[in-house]
Design a binder for this molecule. Structure first.
Ligand code: S3P
Length: 431
């Protein structure tokens, strides 16, 4: 696709449903008894992978116009899959379902695409083994494909070495099958959608400073109605372009603003942008608001520590914003970026370099001195959806058009991105 520079963004938009919450709605709806109706489910490649895997575990889904109807099987109603579960590109699918099947007395094989098969799974395999599941995988159990033979599990008290919601969620889901109370502590708080949705389904969850406890689970969760807000991580792309384009005023309606996810807004404010939340409300246990951003000249900022998990998926677009901001932007403590869909430190540095932006890559982050001209030109998405979207946004802020090859992978999280831009009056050529 070819994207031309713009003079800013003015208007009101909506973005598709939250990816993290959609995965959890599909999984918890499957494990509840009775029907769960989900509105706003993200029909992206990743979430459809979760549905396809759950289908192989015996769960039936249907669509009623835009609502997803899940016929829940109850906690112990899944059946042994007769084929390999394919999580595609989705780490969330693989890690969360690993937790679910660890509690089932049957064999499950989980695989994924070339990118997912390079991503570390020992972070979930280790605690699940400690709970009593047999988990094997390639390279001494560290990488997919994973073979999991589940069964009765012991509760666990576990401190995760990295702040990862996927690891925390895998343990919480496995703990549904453990007799007693399990506890997970993390170095910094990661997104808490699983805890919130479990509470919404009536599962006993207690939270403290840096830890969450679950159980004992004595009652089956019952199916519920879930309304999923727009994905902040998708909204972040147009919001970022608006924030660094003086004259922009952009409203994004109905966005999830869970405080474990809103780090990017805090950072944009620290850079000088006006980002306001309007009509704040709670929907199905999640905070939701309309986000209004006004553009201005931004300044560089340092992002590190506990802020990182609050904006981990927004770092590719933050790097683009940093190129336009005056002064130095430093991202530290973000080594996790190296084990995302690509090594996002290396690939972000290389891709922005191809557009004329000088990025210093470090072991655990990036340094960008701005303002720099984003020259434009052709660049590959590297098959990474968030890089594809960030590079397209770089095109909106560039001197010359940007051609992003392999842009189709943006459908992993943000189907309809081009329609959102065209609704704002921008011209995009789909090559
Ligand atoms: C996610 C958690 C994060 C995030 C990913 C979605 C989730 O990964 O980067 O896009 O839905 O739990 P980690 O938990 O590995 O940090």
């Amino acid at each position: 696709m070819c994207i031309k520079p713009c003079d800013g963004l003015v208007g009101t938009i909506r973005v598709p449903g939250d990816k993290s919450i959609s995965h959890r709605a599909a999984i918890l709806g499957s494990l509840a008894t009775g029907q769960t109706k989900v509105d706003g489910f993200l029909q992206s490649a990743d979430c459809l992978s979760t549905l396809a895997c759950l289908d192989l575990l015996g769960v039936r889904f249907r669509w009623d116009e835009d609502s997803l109807l899940i016929e829940g099987r109850g906690l112990r109603g899944l059946s042994e899959p007769t084929a390999v579960l394919d999580a595609g590109n989705s780490g969330t699918t693989m890690r969360l379902l690993a937790g679910v099947v660890a509690g089932h007395d049957f064999l499950t094989i989980l695989t994924g695409d070339a990118s997912l098969c390079k991503r570390p799974m020992d972070r979930v395999a280790n605690p699940l083994r400690e709970m009593g599941a047999q988990v094997d995988g390639r390279s001494e159990g560290r990488f997919p494909p994973l073979a999991i033979r589940g069964g009765p599990l012991k509760p666990i008290s576990y401190r995760t070495p990295v702040p990862s919601a996927q690891v925390k969620s895998a343990i919480l889901l496995a703990s549904l099958y453990a007799s007693g109370v399990s506890k997970v502590a993390e170095p910094w708080l990661s997104r808490d959608h699983t805890e919130r949705m479990m509470s919404y389904f009536g599962i006993p969850i207690a939270k403290g400073d840096g830890w969450v406890a679950i159980g004992p689970v004595t009652e089956e969760p019952r199916g519920r109605h879930i309304a999923i807000p727009g994905d902040l991580s998708s909204a972040a792309f147009p919001i970022a372009v608006a924030a660094c384009s003086p004259g922009s005023i952009l409203r994004v309606e109905n966005v999830g603003v869970n405080p474990t996810r809103t780090g990017f807004f805090d950072v944009l404010r620290a850079m000088g942008a006006t980002v306001e939340l309007e009509k704040e409300r709670e929907v199905c246990g999640e905070p939701v608001a309309d986000v209004v951003v006004e553009g201005t000249e931004l300044r560089g900022v340092t992002v590190a520590g506990g802020m990182i998990p609050r904006l981990i998926d927004e770092i590719p677009i933050l790097a683009v914003v940093a190129a336009k901001a005056k002064g130095r932007t430093v991202v530290r403590d973000a080594r996790e970026l190296r084990v995302k869909e690509t090594d996002r430190i290396q690939e972000l540095g290389a891709a922005l370099g191809e557009l004329g932006v000088v990025v210093e890559t470090r072991d655990d982050g990036l340094v960008i001195d701005g303002p720099q001209e984003i020259r434009g030109g052709a660049v590959s998405s590297r098959g990474d959806h968030r890089l594809a979207l960030a590079l397209a946004c770089a095109g909106l802020l560039a001197k010359q058009p940007v051609i992003v090859t392999g842009f189709d992978c943006a459908d992993v999280s943000f189907p309809g991105f081009i329609d959102v831009l065209t609704d704002l009056g921008l011209q995009v050529e789909v090559a």
